[in-house]
Design a protein around this ligand. Structure first.
Ligand code: ADA
Length: 555
């Protein structure tokens, strides 16, 4: 299951979920030990591979019942993948958290072998996956699907809603691809809500894009209170026969900014949010659908209305659930805490820009995603850092102008990139890393922001929080006790929500998560970042009830 709804009724697809052969690889690149591992899944879930860092080979036989063009869609492989089909290398991909595909035209009926070398090690070619305050797991962590692709097919569908003169509209962009060397005449038919559009018939050779603006009358807007979703069905036809189809969903909503305020469909919003890592004991970063759904329910039960996908794009199914249950999302491209020197890594530029492109290409139709984020706590106070922020923000805007862009900064009193973003976001830890008063700290940062390129822009507190070890209770309310975490969270939320100039505050973090041993384990009890309001098993800490009460307040 790659999405929570059916994405094709005409195109044949096969989910490759299940047990795959898996071999660890030794230093000479030879297969070492054999296992049968679940896909999707992390190899750390196997009792012998709990800390395995290195390369492994996944292997799956696939049987085609006819000659066909085949496309494999990999929703996420952590973190580097080399894909082989019948022994021939077809693709390389870097970055655990974005989808990629392998298209194989003209494959014969019968049995074939799909193999993938997966590497989760921190090699010199890896600029984004580095030892960090979260764990880089290994494996095919998100679903894999095999599709039978017709010679001419729909390779992309973009629908961006907007509202003009009392009518909801969609800016559509449909991408058609013809694998044959001769032009083929086709037409497109699109249905959304009560609207049906016949798109121009065209002789397609290679790749073409159809663009059209359509009116969609009679629809309800998407909002957290009423997350109305509409199915959008695109079919490709040759006279009477349907050749191919693609189904997605659209929610009608617009995000706008006016001076310091953020509006959803014209109404001012305040974000009460959680930062969340994809992590669960026994599942690693490859949570089951049920585990994702439970997280969403816990988030809703805490009265939060936003999730920040710190610090990488999330599983499509999780975002589907946010679309369905009305949770607003700040989705960010993968990067955390890189110094200027780390940003100068020779592969950083390409790896980040590819990640941004893949994130937006695959997630732009999700109505719940209201904000694009990037480069959490990187070198936004340096000259070279600014070059990277500029280029990456430009890239985001080239791909999508319908959402504001932000980045979470910890460069207090020295950030030099706020002018580049639409929203200023700062991570602060009053009461935990320092003894500041949250309100006073926010006031002082706000005053300074007014002297920078962030002047008059909306201001979010993108992280605040405190560590607590589940079950550690103390009358002395020491650091790491649940009591102390509760005190800090209470003080932060109540003071920050009272500041009119703040447009949202996002707790670090939803639940405890595993951290990389290298460089981190000794700073993090039990090798976990313990600032979760829930522990790693989703048991609520004392602070949960406090969050629930404070987030219930209007703002
Ligand atoms: C940072 C960072 C998070 C996490 C947090 C913490 O602000 O963005 O990833 O490391 O601090 O727990 O200290």
């Amino acid at each position: 299951m790659i999405r929570t709804f059916l994405t094709h009724e005409v195109r044949e697809t096969k989910d490759l979920e299940g047990l795959w052969e898996f071999y660890t690889m030794d230093e000479d690149g030879e297969k070492a030990c054999k296992y049968n591992l679940m896909v999707p899944g992390c190899w750390e879930n196997h009792p012998e591979l709990g800390r395995y860092r290195g390369k492994g080979v996944y292997r799956k036989k696939v049987i085609l019942d006819k000659n066909a063009n085949i496309r494999f869609l990999f929703q996420g492989v952590s973190h580097t993948a080399e894909v082989f089909f019948d022994g021939i290398k077809r693709k390389e991909h870097y970055n655990a958290y974005t989808a990629f595909e392998v298209l194989l035209p003209g494959i014969e009926k019968g049995e074939h072998v799909l193999e993938m070398i997966v590497d989760n090690s921190f090699t010199s070619q890896s600029s984004l996956h580095i030892p960090n305050d979260y764990y880089t797991y290994g494996g095919i962590i998100r679903p894999v699907v095999m599709e039978y692709i017709p010679d001419i097919f729909i390779s992309g569908l973009q629908c961006i809603p907007h509202y003009e003169e009392g009518v909801w509209k969609i800016s559509l962009e449909v991408q058609i691809e013809n694998l044959l060397n001769i032009p083929v005449s086709v037409l497109g038919e699109l249905c959304v809500a009560q609207t049906k559009v016949i798109m121009e018939s065209a002789d397609v050779l290679g790749t073409v894009k159809w663009k059209q603006d359509i009116d969609v009358p009679g629809v309800f807007p998407w909002s957290p209170q009423n997350p109305a979703l509409y199915t959008i069905k695109m079919q490709l036809k040759d006279q009477a026969k349907v050749l191919d189809d693609l189904i997605d969903r659209v929610g009608f909503r617009v995000v706008t900014i006016e001076k310091e305020r953020i509006f959803l469909n014209g109404e001012q919003i305040f974000f009460k949010g959680f930062n969340r890592h994809e992590d669960f004991p026994g599942s690693g970063c490859s949570l089951s659908f049920g585990e994702m759904n439970r997280d969403i329910d816990l988030i809703l039960s805490s009265n939060a209305n936003l999730i920040r996908t710190s610090h990488y794009p999330n599983d499509d199914r999780f975002i589907d659930l946010c679309d369905e249950k009305g949770i607003m999302v700040w989705e960010e491209s993968h990067a955390r805490g890189l110094t200027q020197e780390q940003m100068m890594h020779p592969d950083f530029r390409k790896q980040s820009l590819d990640g941004i492109e893949e994130m937006i290409e695959s997630h732009r139709n999700h109505p719940s995603i209201l904000i694009w984020g990037l480069l959490n706590e990187c070198a936004s106070d340096t000259e070279y850092g600014r070059i990277c922020y500029t280029e990456q923000i430009q890239k985001i805007r080239e791909l999508d102008q319908s959402r504001p862009v932000t980045f979470a900064s910890d460069r207090h009193y020295k950030d030099s990139c706020f002018d580049l973003a639409d929203i200023v976001s700062m991570n602060i830890y009053p009461g935990w890393y320092g003894e500041e008063e949250p309100g006073a700290m926010a006031d002082s940062l706000k005053d300074w922001i007014q002297t920078t390129g962030g002047k008059d822009k909306p201001f979010l507190i993108s992280e605040f929080g405190a560590g607590a070890i589940y079950g550690y209770r103390s009358l002395a309310r020491e650091k790491w006790s649940e009591e102390r975490q509760k005190d800090i969270i209470e003080c932060c939320i109540s003071q920050l929500m009272a500041k009119e100039y703040i447009s949202g505050c996002i707790i670090w973090q939803f639940s405890d998560c595993r951290v990389t041993e290298e460089e981190w384990a000794l700073k993090r009890p039990k090798s976990q970042n313990n600032k979760g309001i829930f522990d790693q098993y989703r048991r609520p800490k004392l602070a949960y009830e406090t969050v629930k009460i404070l987030f219930e307040q209007e703002r």
